[in-house]
Design a protein around this ligand. Structure first.
Ligand code: G1P
Length: 276
């Protein structure tokens, strides 16, 4: 029987040092683009992909995330029946379509380790991963995660979203190489975490959307620290890729690197223009 992707993991334990001092007391995932925190965009994208369990890996100082997706009785009572109420409409609708579960990452040992921390919430089923600081938009068309879930239904293997980046930027990303099996689909045979431009096997960079098969957890357990002394999901995925079990997908849509100030401002302007 084929399994469906029903859960989405959000690693959200990182410190967000690039946004200090803003992120000293506020989780970086709660920084807003217009009036919605980054994480809410990610949850919307998952709900649109028909995923209804959000598994969030948090850490110290991240309680605002739980509060955001909870009811705030006092506030909601206060604005009940006023024009302000509609400002909560989207969030309430989102909340009605999914459930949230949380676990904490005690030590920061890299993205692979954060994903492994989420195993307790995911169990033995394929799952999506969204890195909320990669904000994706595909206008009125299908979102990136939804595109990937459909591909998963067809291929039943791990899938990473990729886009072309200027060669001099490869050291900011996981970079893949492989064989094109369609215009937008590559069977991955190599992947390297944050290679320098001359080490990079291509200019196809992984962005923060993944579909992973659950055997990845056992692989991560065996994965040694890599780039930056951290346990990298890219290194774990390479093990699956060697068996031909990873696809890279050139998604349709726009992606903003909201982990950088430039990308954050660009996303703000883009979404602001859309409101007009
Ligand atoms: C992580 C991954 C990297 C990926 C990137 C996408 O890096 O390790 O492979 O390309 O996310 O945003 P980070 O940006 O957390 O350093």
């Amino acid at each position: 029987m084929t399994k469906k992707v029903k859960k989405c993991l959000f690693p959200a334990a990182g410190y967000g040092t690039r946004f200090l001092p803003a992120t000293k007391a506020i989780p970086k995932e709660m920084l807003p683009i217009l009036t919605k925190p980054l994480l809410e965009y990610g949850v919307s994208e998952a709900v649109e992909a028909d995923i209804n369990l959000m598994a969030i890996v948090t850490g110290r100082g991240k309680r605002a995330i739980e509060d955001h997706f909870d009811t705030s009785y006092e506030l909601e009572h206060q604005i009940q029946g006023t024009s302000k109420e509609e400002l909560l409409g989207d969030l309430r609708e989102l909340r009605s379509k999914c459930t949230f579960s949380y676990t904490r990452q005690i030590e920061m040992k890299g993205l692979g380790h954060a994903i492994l921390t989420g195993e307790v919430l995911i169990g033995n089923a394929p799952f999506a991963v969204v890195l909320a600081d990669d904000l994706c938009d595909n206008g009125d068309d299908e979102g990136v995660l939804s595109q990937m879930v459909k591909l998963y239904d067809e291929h039943q293997c791990s899938i990473v979203a990729v886009e072309e980046v200027p060669k001099e930027e490869t050291q900011k990303y996981g970079v893949i190489a492989g064989e094109f099996i369609k215009d937008d689909l590559i069977r991955v045979n190599d992947m390297v975490e944050k290679p320098s431009p001359d080490e990079a096997p291509s200019n196809l960079a992984i962005i923060g959307r993944y579909i992973l098969t659950p055997d990845i957890f056992d692989i991560i357990r065996e994965t040694k620290p890599g780039r930056g002394g951290e346990i990298q999901i890219t290194d774990a995925l390479l093990e699956q890729a060697k068996q031909g079990r990873v696809l890279a997908y050139k998604f349709k849509g726009k992606r903003f690197d909201c982990g950088s100030v430039d990308g954050f401002v660009e996303a703000t302007n883009y979404f602001y223009e859309k409101t007009k």
